[in-house]
Write a protein that binds this ligand. Structure first.
Ligand SMILES: O=c1ccn([C@@H]2O[C@H](COP(=O)(O)O)[C@@H](O)[C@H]2O)c(=O)[nH]1
Length: 235
């Protein structure tokens, strides 16, 4: 039987009141909330715990530094109690391995977060990759970085829905695949370049999808989340 694709709402705001309000409004309509650098830099770690409460928290800080710094950074995040955490796969094998070790050492075994490596940001297309000196298609680069990340100790990957099938072909069912760049039909792409609908991502085999503005900027965020859940359930 196919696993259900779960919905993470990205609560991208600097405001504590706004994040709390969205989290409460979306209770029962989403499976997890995402807080990232915008909220964390503005409000700090204690506010992450306040907003998350008993909810499943995807803490998307995308750590990318030398191995020692990433390891210490992840250890410092342990009190937040996030269920999913991100680092950049392009930080390299030693950095990813150091992140793995830090999580195994600093987090209690029953509360270890899923360590996700971001492959190629969903805001990048092939031209943008060429501009930063990567002469590969997003698909080739995602599979290359995905393989590196999984052999270095990551539990899963952040990718666009376009790369789910090639990643499954290359790496099988083991990686947890978390997929942003999701746009319900008819909604604006904004700064995202590699996008698919919730249904397409679910059909391709996403474990989780991450949806921000199509929910938070909707006239009725709870209705927008409900519509996405209906789309996921019927995929
Ligand atoms: O490659 C990536 C990695 C992370 N994100 C995050 O997902 C959400 C998407 O928000 P939308 O408003 O639905 O575009 C956002 O928090 C990003 O930081 C991503 O988009 N792409």
């Amino acid at each position: 039987m196919m696993k259900r694709t779960r919905l993470i709402a990205a609560l991208d705001t600097q405001s504590l009141d706004q994040a709390r309000d969205w989290a409460e409004t979306l209770d029962g309509h989403v499976d997890a909330i995402k807080l990232g650098m915008e909220f964390t830099y503005a409000q700090g770690l204690k506010a992450l715990r306040d907003v998350a409460g008993q909810r499943t928290l995807f803490l998307d800080l995308k750590l990318h530094d030398i191995p020692n710094t990433v390891a210490k950074g992840l250890a410092s995040l342990a009190p937040v109690g996030a269920s999913l955490l991100t680092i950049h796969a392009s930080g390299g094998a030693a950095m990813i391995a150091a992140a793995r070790q830090a999580i195994d050492a600093a987090y209690p075994p029953l509360h270890r977060p899923i360590l996700l490596a971001v492959t190629v940001l969903t805001s990048l297309d092939e031209n943008a990759l060429h501009e930063i000196g990567v002469n590969a298609t997003p698909r080739e680069q995602v599979v290359r970085l995905g393989r590196l990340a999984m052999t270095s100790g990551a539990d899963g990957l952040v990718c666009s829905a376009e790369e789910i099938a090639p990643l499954r072909d290359a790496l099988g069912s083991a990686p947890v695949l978390v997929v942003p760049g999701i746009r319900p039909a008819g909604s604006e792409a904004n700064d995202q370049k590699r996008i698919m609908t919730p249904r397409q991502a679910a059909q391709a085999g996403a474990d989780w999808i991450v949806v921000g503005r199509p929910i938070t900027q909707a006239a009725d965020p709870a209705e927008a989340a409900k519509a996405i859940q209906i789309e996921l359930a019927s995929a």
